[in-house]
Design a protein around this ligand. Structure first.
Ligand SMILES: Nc1ncnc2c1ncn2[C@@H]1O[C@H](COP(=O)(O)OP(=O)(O)OP(=O)(O)O)[C@@H](O)[C@H]1O
Length: 432
């Protein structure tokens, strides 16, 4: 067996090493000397970090030496980055937190907007990490239903953060694992089930309002979170539906800072629409390192997320439990039959009782095989409340026994699945 190749990289101050690693390769990264960070989280010296299927930037403020073992599909050093402007933004936000702490007021409620693939999630991580490094306890609100940075794709989530974001797995590390894995990060999740807010804007808007309610309640009770504020990550919202969602979000979460990443027109529009109501609108440049991800890459990232939810990561492996369940012990539900077609024509916040928020039953059949279902915390099926009930977790349908009217599911926790209402969205997973 040949040993993987190692290569040393010397970075000057304020340089960034950008690497891309395919899904079928593993690469080890070690900080040999100096200091460096990955999306805001500092690297420990002489610790091996392992990556697979990732595109990352190792940034250094003061210079460092990095050792890479294994083969990256892309690797280069960039000396032009917008990191200083990101840090300055953090400093301004931190000043607001200091004032909030002194006056027992709320810290900044920041919303990051921009087109797809401009680095919104990466900037959220950085701002949150910098806040955490100053012992703040911000709440991360993830409205990007396509990605599921903190849990499975298809969800809207809010997560109070108290510990540094994991370098190797990003937000996902503990959050994608089951509660039994001793996770310190417990997201509050609502199930939306579609990749884009446009697919069912009425439901999206309903869940956004529900999530905001929960976050606001938490902020009232939790002083550290209140003064630290929130960071809201979004989908690419640059059309009319997007503007409505942004406006709704500003109201629901009392957003007072909008950061527009890499889009001049959106910045001009946000300034025109929201600055007069006291919202600070900030424009930041997209980093040259942000990589556009095609559908295949996004799909593979989703698969990796789903796999990690059930099997954990190489650092903390999990063994999922397989359970056989009678069809008649559960109810599989989905939202808005026939509303899978984009429905952007419908305004947000109208009467709830249109088909987009109707709940329909799904008969278990072979079609469910390989589906990932979201287990609702609801005990009763009351509409529309059931839509707004948060999630207990996820299960994966591994077998359907049609003749015996049973199905086998994988779940991250042992024992009977405690809840009987399961949501079906558009998520499938081919277990390899
Ligand atoms: N400076 C950088 N160097 C290398 N890779 C980067 C850098 N910044 C971001 N990336 C990578 O580029 C990809 C896109 O970034 P990110 O997810 O932050 O964008 P986004 O705007 O949130 O995307 P979307 O909203 O479309 O999901 C990610 O894989 C991320 O890890």
């Amino acid at each position: 067996m040949t040993l993987p190749e190692s290569k040393e990289w010397l970075l000057d101050e304020e340089n960034e090493l950008r690497i891309e690693i395919d899904f079928d390769t593993k690469v080890k990264l070690r900080l040999v000397t100096g200091t460096a960070e990955v999306f805001g989280t500092e690297l420990g010296q002489n610790v091996d970090y392992e990556f697979s299927g990732r595109k990352i930037a190792v940034f250094t403020w003061h210079g460092c030496k990095i050792l890479i073992t294994g083969t990256c599909s892309v690797e280069y050093i960039a000396n032009e980055t917008p990191m200083l402007s990101y840090l300055n933004t953090h400093i301004a936000l931190e000043q607001r937190r200091v004032l909030a702490t002194q006056n027992n007021k709320a810290g900044p409620r920041i919303m990051i907007v921009g087109p797809n693939d401009v680095g919104k999630t990466s900037l959220s991580k950085m701002l949150l990490s910098y806040a955490l490094r100053q012992s703040r306890q911000p709440i991360y609100v993830d409205l990007d239903c396509s990605e599921g940075s903190i849990t499975m794709p298809g969800c809207l989530t809010a997560t109070p953060l108290t510990e540094m974001i994991d370098v190797e797995e990003g937000f996902g590390s503990s959050a994608t694992s089951a509660p039994t894995a001793g996770s310190a990060v417990m997201p509050l999740a609502y199930y939306y089930g579609f990749p884009s807010p446009k697919d069912n804007s009425k439901l999206y808007s309903l869940l956004l309002a529900r999530l905001a309610q929960s976050v606001n309640r938490r902020l009232e009770e939790d002083e550290a979170a209140r003064t630290s504020g929130i960071v809201i990550d979004t989908n690419g919202l640059i059309d009319a539906t997007g503007y409505e969602i942004i406006a709704q979000c500003i109201k629901a979460f009392s957003v007072d800072v909008i950061i527009v990443l890499g889009h001049e027109r959106l910045y001009a529009d946000m300034t025109r629409l929201h600055q007069k109501s006291g919202v600070a609108v900030i424009k930041l440049a997209k980093s040259g390192g942000v990589v556009e991800r095609d559908t295949a890459f996004r799909r593979q990232t989703q698969n990796q997320k789903i796999r990690e939810y059930f099997y954990g990561t190489s650092k903390s492996e999990l063994a999922p439990y397989s359970t056989m369940i009678n069809f008649h012990d559960i109810e599989i539900l989905r939202v808005g039959e026939g509303s899978l077609a984009p429905s952007s024509a419908l305004p947000i916040g109208e009467d709830r009782k249109v088909s987009e928020t109707h709940v329909v039953n799904v008969e278990p059949s072979e079609n469910l095989l390989h589906s990932v279902l979201a287990v609702s915390n609801a005990d009763k099926r009351v509409e529309p409340d059931i839509l707004e009930t948060n999630l207990a977790g996820f299960i994966y349908v591994s077998e359907i026994h049609d003749a015996r009217k049973k199905l086998t599911v994988l779940s991250p926790c042992p024992g009977r699945i405690p809840k009987k209402f399961w949501w079906l969205g558009s998520l499938k997973w081919a277990e390899d």
